[in-house]
Structure formats: structure tokens, C-alpha cells
Design a protein around this ligand. Structure first.
Ligand SMILES: [Zn+2]
Length: 366
């Protein structure tokens, strides 16, 4: 089911009368009624799932989460590294507007101003890889786009729900428009704070040889051409998916079970090509700051969009907003935390292969 620009999935756990189902991801704010209607159309009046599973907690995947979980009275499951962003403990790393701008401004009315809090309802996915409510499925940790991003895989028919680890989009070239076929591409750049992890995740998804990939954005794809495109993306990930410059290109954000630990400096002028990644600023204490800010900000954040409008974004895909707006400005973080921490003074090294792994490559994630 597509909600403006993001997909949610309804998955049966067992067939036959009385068979359960789960909802994977929860779309945009304001879409709860529509999700319920679609659920009832498929599973009968007053149908409710046995659980809501999350690929990750970006705002466009959790918009209707709280309302649905409360109304259905069902548990929510997410990877343990995603839980800080679902319990009000931490905001996601700030988005990187230097990797694209247009759609970001266009969609900014949808930005929530604070992390959602479904504490008490959300619990970690089982550590053994099993998926609550879906006995045939396994979950795989596919971080990069977010620290606790997961994909769900059913071996029987090799169906994989990949969230935003890869997305599909309409091609942009004139020639491709004629065929109008979607294509496999990397995670939305604007909200991906760890590119080495994102690359590794694409490699792992590719290694599973899925027959179908169902993405958070764009249409699901299947078959050999999809696999070929996945192979190509995994092989040429730096060229195809990683922006040529940007805040997180050389230094990923550092995150742990408590949320964001540190993020690299924002690039000074988004438009400039000669970017300087000036090292890390420490944002320990982000949670406390975020919480104090939240207390001051009681504004409602209604973000109901035109739910029946289908937006085809072409090259906006990689520019779109997927995640949280930063609650704490960099200057404020720097002022409060900067002096306590030594600055990394390495400058100007923009080489893709300069990544040394010192700033938490993907294997920092369990
Ligand atoms: Zn996302």
C-alpha cells in the first residue's frame, strides 16, 4: 500500500481462517484510517494485526504508528539500535541538505519536530533472527540508512522487504522513460548517515538472491533484471549511490544503543564543491538537549498530506526527506559540547577511498 511516497506492507503469517497478519511500517502521519480501511478490506471487519514491525523509525515509516498500535493494542518490534528514536531518547542524525535540496524544501511541511515516543509498546526484535508473527520469515540487520535498519526475508519464495536499504525509482533518462521501468538504487542520500554500512547492507541483500524486493519507496521489483541491478549497485555502490560530497561521505555519524553519539560537522556551504569535512563534533548529551528543547516546543505537528496523490519524483527520490529534522542546531551543540572534545583536524581529504574505518564503519553494529 502506497501512502503518498512511502509504502507499508501487510503480510500474512499463516493462511486460512483465523490466520494472523502483521503490518510492516506505518506510513505518514495522518494515514492511520486509510491503513485500517485497507486492512479491513483484506482481512475483514475490525481486523487487527498480531504486531507492527518496523524496518526503521524514520518519520515517514512511523507516522501512524502510535495511533495504530494504541487502537489495535498490539506490540511494535524494531531492531534494538532503532529504539532510542522511537522512545524519545534521541533524534536521528541531522539530514544532509548538501546532497540535494529541491524536494526537501517541498516536503518540509511533513517534518516532525520531535522523535515519536512509543515507549512501553516497542520491543526489540528477537536476537535469534526470528520474526514475531511471521514464522517463515527472518530479519536481517541492514544498517546505513539508519543504525537499526532491518530487512525481512522469506526464504520459501525469496521475498524480501528491504525498507530503505535500497529503493526503486522511475528512471530519469529520456530513453528510460519510454520503457517506464523502475530501477534499483541506493538508499535516499539525504537521510543516510553511514555509507560504508549502507554499502555492506546492499551487499548482504544481494547475497541473499531475493526474487522480490519490496521497498519503502518506489514499486516492488522482481526477477532477473532486478537481481542484475542489485548486483550492479553492490559492485559500483560508491559511484551509483554515495554522493560525490556531503556531510557523511567521509565520516559516518556514530550511534549506539542510546542513540546518536556524534556527527561530523555540517558542510559549510551546501552548494560548494570544495567541501571540507572538518572532523567530528561530539554530541554526547544530545538526548538531554533534545528533551529540554522538546519541552519548549508543544506545537502540534500535523502533517497530513494529500494521501491519494501519487507523487512521482524522478530525481527527487534521492533528495526527498526521510527522517527527522534535527532538533539541536549544530552551533548549539558545538557551543555546549565542542570545548570538551578534541577536534579532528584532518581537512580537505575528499577521496572516497580515504575512509579509514576509524569513525565506526558498519562492523561497529552488532
Ligand atoms: Zn528512511
Amino acid at each position: 500500500m502506497k501512502i503518498v511516497f512511502v509504502n507499508v506492507y501487510f503480510v500474512r503469517g499463516s493462511s486460512g481462517p483465523g490466520g494472523n497478519w502483521v503490518l510492516i511500517d506505518a506510513g505518514l502521519y495522518g494515514s492511520a484510517n486509510r491503513i485500517k480501511k485497507v486492512a479491513e478490506a483484506h482481512f475483514g471487519k475490525d481486523a487487527r494485526p498480531s504486531a507492527i514491525l518496523l524496518t526503521h523509525g524514520h518519520f515517514d515509516h512511523v507516522g501512524a504508528l502510535k495511533e495504530l498500535a494504541l487502537e489495535w493494542n498490539v506490540p511494535i518490534y524494531a531492531n534494538h539500535l532503532e529504539i532510542p528514536y522511537l522512545t524519545g531518547l534521541s533524534s536521528y542524525p541531522p539530514p544532509d541538505p548538501s546532497v540535494g535540496g529541491g524536494a526537501m524544501a517541498y516536503m518540509s511541511f511533513m517534518y516532525p519536530k520531535k522523535p515519536i515516543n512509543v515507549g512501553g509498546m516497542v520491543q526489540p526484535l528477537p536476537a535469534d533472527g526470528s520474526v514475531p508473527g511471521l514464522p517463515e520469515w527472518r530479519w536481517f540487520h541492514t544498517p546505513g540508512h539508519s543504525p537499526g535498519h532491518v530487512s525481512f526475508f522469506r526464504e520459501r519464495d525469496r521475498t524480501m522487504i528491504v525498507g530503505d536499504a535500497v529503493v526503486t525509482r522511475k528512471p530519469e533518462s529520456a530513453l528510460a522513460v519510454l520503457t517506464d521501468a523502475p530501477e534499483v538504487c541506493g538508499p535516499p542520500a539525504y537521510f543516510t548517515p553511514d555509507w560504508p554500512a549502507a554499502k555492506k547492507s546492499v551487499e548482504e541483500i544481494t547475497a541473499l538472491r531475493p526474487e522480490v524486493i519490496a521497498t519503502g519507496h518506489g514499486v516492488p521489483m522482481r526477477g532477473e533484471r532486478m537481481l542484475d541491478e542489485l548486483d550492479e549497485l553492490a559492485k559500483y555502490f560508491e559511484q551509483m549511490a554515495v554522493p560525490t560530497h556531503g556531510r557523511y561521505v567521509n565520516h559516518p555519524a556514530i550511534m549506539n544503543e542510546q542513540g546518536v553519539v556524534s556527527v561530523p560537522d555540517a558542510v559549510s556551504t551546501p552548494a560548494t564543491k570544495a567541501l571540507t569535512i572538518a572532523g567530528l563534533i561530539t554530541v554526547a548529551g544530545l538526548a538531554a538537549l533534545a528533551i529540554s528543547r522538546r519541552k519548549k516546543n508543544h506545537k502540534a505537528n500535523a502533517a497530513e498530506g494529500p494521501l491519494d496523490t501519487h507523487i512521482y519524483y524522478g530525481d527527487e527520490m534521492n533528495l526527498s526527506v526521510y527522517g527527522e529534522i534535527p532538533e539541536v542546531e549544530d552551533n548549539e551543540l558545538r557551543r555546549r559540547n565542542g570545548p570538551k572534545q578534541p577536534r579532528n583536524n584532518s581537512k580537505g581529504n575528499k577521496g572516497k577511498d580515504d575512509f579509514t574505518g576509524r569513525n565506526a564503519p558498519s562492523n561497529n553494529y552488532p
